[in-house]
Design a protein around this ligand. Structure first.
Ligand code: S3P
Length: 731
């Protein structure tokens, strides 16, 4: 390996390659020959070359590690001596400049040229700062071209990996844009800030009293001036674009301070705080909300146990989503207690931040939303990523169809498979312009600036998401928007709109709103989610010697299907301390072990227990006799096909069932023998099999459980606290 330029990066690479024995011989050349001799003395190279010719002759790999503006001269000089099959790479911070230097010297970028850029460094420079561990756990970006020879790419990648780095590949143009924003701009600001302050009269005092913040922020202003001079001039266009953007935003902050505009300051600062907390994702250009399906989490469950204690499960997901939505659109400040800090509702929260709403928190379930008024949302800078959340996507569709700006809604793999035609079609009938992917799937592209007109819609499926979507669009539509449901579905949107002072007319199965009103900020106390409580209602019912109290559970009559069904099966659930908080009924539930019997589940209970069937199937397995579910085809389009995935999971632990198009038949009393269940990334499937372990005779392993965090953060700890013998691996 020949290293041309033995500074911090060249020297560190030489040192790492030698330390890890990745090359037969490491030769270096530098226009400062003293540095090469120092490298030899420090033992980071094998041979000091006096000329570039000497370094390059016979080398299999040539690494150009000089300031980027010096590259072309170096290439010119080494050209005659470069062997035909040597790999030529570099380590510069801008890639287009290296490629154009190669082009001008060689006339083309051949298959042996692979530009590279290690995202590692230090404000220190020079060979004496060389460090063989500099690249360990850092990223190295390679920007191969279409004609790059794959073997050479693989060998160069292996070399960097051998130094402990992770290799990413991307295009030259993308690299330069990303680095202009994430590296070049911060360096420019650091240089500029230190220079400005050093020029102030009292600079001595400024530096003497400089606090940690100044030190942290300006560390990189001690970097090598020549190197950075070259970087800015080589990446000129991309850097100018981000400087302009930054200057504009800084100007806005200046104006906000001058005008005592607290809302803007708080909005920018809280958005930045959230972004900083998700820094690693920001750097790779991903959304702030985690795509949990990329995390591998496995539940390990030991069989048996009983369930006892006094617990409160996290806040209601449906109400949490809506609290952010309506709080954001209201006039004034809405304070929310008990907000669910799960990935789904956090996706909603972040999306509103992306649309310019200042939201403080969440902090232990407390959120303060600075409402922007019904017409105050701003265009987001990019697509709104809604993770795993069908509720978010469908309700957003209604809201965004009525905005003045275009928007795009995206989600994770599971959400990307779910049907959106059910909201897009009626919204189109109101005048919305929406594109979906094939089969009415996400992403949804929504054209802004379309006047909406109220419609009457008879919903073909009993869906609270569709109803809520249309009511939200109806807030902006001309005239009256009314929705009739084929069976009662959760009515949180209607209740909460009323709570925000927006009248919803309800008559029988029809809810309607008149467009053009406003919402007044209010306080919201989110009850514990009955859908999360459901796992423990079943757990304590099926496990012997159980006695569990669940506090502050939301008891909205449109959500209590799980209690009705379990009681029909013989469960022992006491409803205590019933009260109403912020327009939603709440109670404490005491549940004790009971002998359950199989039933024909009344079809009118299906929409009222729509999310609770996975765990009800576990109850059915532990009951005596047969349980039959019909009229529940909706389960097939939830986060997974919950009928099939549950049947497969039951089969995996030794329980047979009969799947029908719209339900399932389960013979109770079968042994749950244990085994490995694939949850298909569906949070409720994963938690249901955790509950099943209580009556299993062998251990159960549930894979793909990361999405439990979408609705029930802290499930594993709480389950363990009550007596379920659960451990999570890979968290
Ligand atoms: C929800 C409605 C239900 C439910 C979902 C939350 C809501 O979906 O399954 O978890 O908050 O409106 P459908 O309305 O599509 O049945």
């Amino acid at each position: 390996m020949a290293v041309i330029g033995l500074g911090l990066i060249g020297g560190s690479l030489a040192a790492a390659v030698r330390a890890n024995r990745l090359a037969g011989e490491v030769v270096a050349a530098d226009k400062r020959f003293d540095d090469v001799l120092t490298g030899l003395e420090l033992g980071i190279i094998d041979e000091a070359a006096e000329t570039l010719e000497q370094a390059v002759r016979g080398a299999d790999l040539v690494v150009v590690a000089v300031p980027v503006r010096a590259t072309e001269a170096v290439l010119q000089e080494i050209k005659p001596y470069l062997s035909a099959d040597a790999v030529l790479t570099d380590v510069g911070s801008t890639k287009a400049s290296f490629v154009s230097a190669v082009q001008s010297v060689f006339g083309e970028v051949g298959p042996h040229v692979i530009p590279g850029h290690p995202i590692a460094g230090s404000e220190k420079s020079g060979v004496r700062a060389a460090n063989p561990d500099l690249f360990a756990n850092h990223k190295i970006i390679l920007t191969p071209a279409d004609n790059t020879e794959p073997n050479r790419l693989a060998r160069l990648s292996a070399l960097w990996e051998g130094c402990g780095a992770t290799v990413l590949t991307m295009s030259v143009a993308y690299h330069d844009e990303v680095l202009a924003a994430t590296s070049h701009l911060p360096h420019l600001i650091a240089f500029s800030l230190v220079d400005t302050l050093a020029g102030e009269d009292e600079n001595m005092d400024i530096f003497r009293y400089a606090a940690g913040g100044f030190r942290d922020f300006t560390r990189i202003a001690a970097s090598d001036p020549v190197m950075w001079h070259d970087i800015f001039l080589s990446n000129q266009q991309a850097v100018l674009r981000v400087i302009d953007h930054f200057t504009r935003d800084l100007g806005q902050l200046r104006t906000a301070i001058a005008q005592q505009d607290s809302a803007t300051l708080l909005r920018v600062f809280s958005r930045a705080k959230a972004a900083r907390e998700h820094f690693s994702k920001m750097l790779s250009g991903q959304a702030y909300v985690t795509d949990m399906s990329q995390n591998q989490v496995t539940f390990q469950l030991k069989p048996g146990g009983s369930v006892t204690g006094d617990i409160r499960v996290p806040g209601d997901k449906s109400i949490s989503h809506r609290s952010i939505m309506l709080g954001a659109l209201a006039d004034g400040i809405t304070e929310v207690k008990g907000f669910l800090e799960g990935e789904d509702s956090l996706a909603t929260l972040q999306a509103f931040r992306d649309m310019g709403v200042t939201i403080e928190g969440p902090d232990n379930g407390f959120v303060r939303i600075h409402g922007v008024g019904i017409d105050g949302l701003q265009a987001p800078r990019g697509p709104l990523y809604l993770g795993n959340s069908g509720t978010a996507m469908r309700l957003f569709a209604g809201l965004l169809a009525a905005q003045g700006f275009d928007s795009e809604l995206t989600g994770d793999e599971s959400l990307s498979r779910r049907p959106m035609g059910r909201v897009a079609d009626p919204l189109r009938a109101m005048g919305a312009v929406i594109d979906t992917a094939e089969g009415g799937r996400p992403p949804m592209k929504i054209r802004g600036g379309q006047p909406l007109t109220g419609i009457h819609y008879e919903m073909p499926v009993a869906s609270a998401q569709v109803k809520s979507c249309l009511l939200l669009a109806g807030l902006y539509a001309g005239g009256v928007t009314s929705v009739t449901e084929p069976a009662p579905t959760r009515d949180h949107t209607e209740r909460m709109l009323d709570g925000f002072g927006y009248h919803v007319h309800r008559k029988g199965a029809t809810a309607s709103v008149s467009g053009g009103g406003r919402l007044a900020a209010t306080a919201i106390d989110v009850p514990a989610d009955i859908s999360s409580a459901a796992f423990f209602l079943v757990a304590a019912s099926i496990a012997p010697d159980s006695d569990l109290t669940l506090r502050h559970v939301g008891m909205n009559p449109t959500r209590v299907g799980v209690i009705n069904i379990l009681r029909l099966m013989g469960a022992n659930i006491e409803i205590l301390n019933e009260r109403e908080i912020g327009g939603e009924p709440v109670a404490d539930l005491r549940v004790r072990s009971a002998e359950l019997t199989g039933i024909d589940i009344p079809e009118d209970q299906v929409p009222l227990a729509i999310d609770e069937f996975p765990v009800l199937f576990i109850a059915a397995t532990c009951a005596t006799g047969e349980t039959v579910l019909r009229g529940a085809e909706e389960l097939r389009v939830k986060e997974s096909d919950r009928i099939q995935v549950m049947a497969d999971g039951l089969a995996a632990v030794g329980v047979e069932s009969t799947v029908t198009p719209d339900g399932i038949v389960i013979q109770g009393g079968q042994e749950i023998a244990g085994g490995t269940v694939d949850s298909h990334g569906d949070h409720r499937i994963a938690m249901s099999f955790a509950v099943a372990s209580l009556r299993a005779t062998g251990p159960i392993q549930v894979t793909d459980c990361a999405n439990v965090a979408t609705s029930f953060p802290g499930f594993v700890e709480l389950a363990r606290q009550t007596g379920i013998q659960i451990a999570a691996e890979g968290v």
